[in-house]
Design a protein around this ligand. Structure first.
Ligand SMILES: [Ca+2]
Ligand SMILES: [Ca+2]
Length: 255
């Protein structure tokens, strides 16, 4: 809990005087958007989203592209502290809070957000938007086999590695011979979460595990189920880090 507080604590307000003195655009102070909290956006719902990144404390405007009819309001922006042992480049040092309502037909992979400050436009951040898979909210306490969260296939679990050493365990029933694909979507959408995925059988024996795939920190596994019965999926951060901003989407489906 102590870490969580550190992550959301506002940074000191010391630099406001010098930034106000600069009137011309200053490209090196242009914002950079790294990721969204929560990581997954829900079309057709009004939601609050925080964008984390660099130079976001001075952002007053955020533009949406890739969809028509989105409504977006900037609620506020501020600097945030990064704990010493966290990778600042991936966690970000500032954030802007939005109220966002995407239209129901917003297409996954198309919606992009661009933050603007006096230094210019940020990168166009590709938002992770829900698709047709049934969405499941991760529920604590799911930190072990005995308290594993039951899910049914196919599904897309929206979760958070909420603190250091948080373990999220899910359970599903499967049939012998079914080929199941399990994929983490996190780092590819900028989340600081570096997933490490393991699949276990009903006897809790490891069937397979995955860390990084194709140059991404996001693990992907395909397993052919050896028998009818219960299977477990466990997900941890490869560096045992965590926080309210360590979001992920875990897609589990039969191929
Ligand atoms: Ca969790
Ligand atoms: Ca990884």
């Amino acid at each position: 809990m102590r870490l969580l507080c550190l992550l959301i604590l506002p940074f000191a307000f010391a630099s406001t005087t010098s930034s106000q003195e600069k009137k011309q655009p200053d490209a090196k102070n242009a914002p950079k958007v790294l990721y969204a909290v929560p990581l997954v956006a829900k079309p057709g719902e009004k939601q609050k989203i925080v964008l984390r990144g660099k130079n976001l404390a001075s952002v007053k405007e955020v533009k949406v592209s890739g969809t028509d009819g989105a409504k977006l309001k900037v609620l506020g922006a501020k600097a945030v502290a990064v704990p010493n042992n966290y990778p600042g480049e991936r966690v970000g040092d500032s954030e802007v809070e939005l109220e966002l309502e995407l239209p129901k037909d917003a297409e996954p992979g198309k919606v992009k957000l661009t933050a603007v400050n006096s230094g210019g436009d940020s990168n166009a951040y590709a938002l992770l938007v829900r698709d047709d898979l049934p969405a499941v909210a991760e529920k604590e306490d799911n930190g072990g086999f005995d308290t594993a969260q039951a899910v049914s296939l196919p599904c897309a679990i929206e979760g958070t590695i909420k603190a250091e050493k948080d373990v999220d365990v899910f359970r599903f029933e499967g049939k012998k011979g079914t080929k199941v694909r399990i994929e983490v979507q996190a780092a590819r959408f900028g989340s600081p979460f570096d997933g490490f995925l393991t699949v276990h059988d009903a006897d809790r024996k490891t069937l397979d595990s995955s860390d990084d795939v194709n140059g991404s920190a996001d693990p992907v596994l395909t397993v052919v189920l050896p028998r009818d019965g219960t299977y477990f999926i466990s997900l941890i951060d490869a560096h045992d880090l965590g926080g309210a901003n360590f979001g992920y989407r875990l897609v589990v489906k039969a191929e």
